[in-house]
Design a protein around this ligand. Structure first.
Ligand SMILES: Cc1cc2nc3c(=O)[nH]c(=O)nc-3n(C[C@H](O)[C@H](O)[C@H](O)COP(=O)(O)O)c2cc1C
Length: 152
């Protein structure tokens, strides 16, 4: 395992986890799942409504834990696109975790609506890191045949 590479991700329905695992296989980095202390409901419509409220309110949910890794120099950070940006638990993670001077590689999955403002948002939130252009992205459709998951 390469201790200089961290792969931190949140995933509600598994797509972003699949990408994170691919990155783990390809880089040998250390995988860390960002988990909100209070898991989101598994009901799609309710989750979409809750996410909208939280993103509008700039809410930062508590997390179950933070990774105990200090030696890393590269952090892949992955999120599903929620309302055109990162999911709130990922925002909490970015604000709490020391990314100063590190290289941040954002990655995401979306349901067909594209990356939205995620890349600009993450760059603004870690001004003292080198944020690369997202190097891994895909749509949910690339991963498994399923209906599109767009809000509304
Ligand atoms: C609360 C919520 C909001 C979403 N908002 C968007 C969106 O704004 N644009 C989009 O393309 N997909 C949106 N989606 C679809 C997800 O981005 C897509 O299904 C993604 O691959 C899910 O990743 P996950 O399986 O790791 O949770 C949303 C899904 C949920 C549950």
């Amino acid at each position: 395992m390469k201790n200089n590479i961290l792969i931190a991700y949140y995933s509600w329905s598994g797509n972003t986890r699949n990408i994170a695992r691919r990155i783990e296989r390809e880089t040998g980095g250390r995988l860390f799942e960002i988990e909100p202390a209070q898991p989101y409901t598994t009901d799609y419509r309710a989750a979409v409504a809750q996410a909208k409220k939280e993103i509008e309110a700039v809410f930062r949910p508590e997390l179950q834990s933070m990774p105990n890794i200090t030696s890393y120099t590269i952090a892949f950070i992955g999120t599903p696109i929620w309302w055109h940006t990162m999911a709130p638990p990922v925002a909490t993670f970015i604000e709490r975790f020391d990314l100063n001077g590190k290289t941040v590689v954002p990655f995401h999955t979306h349901g067909g609506g594209g990356v939205g403002s995620f890349e600009e948002d993450i760059a603004k939130m870690c001004p003292d890191a080198t944020v690369t252009k997202a190097s891994a992205h895909t749509t949910a459709e690339d991963l498994k045949p399923r209906r599109r998951l767009l809000p509304g």
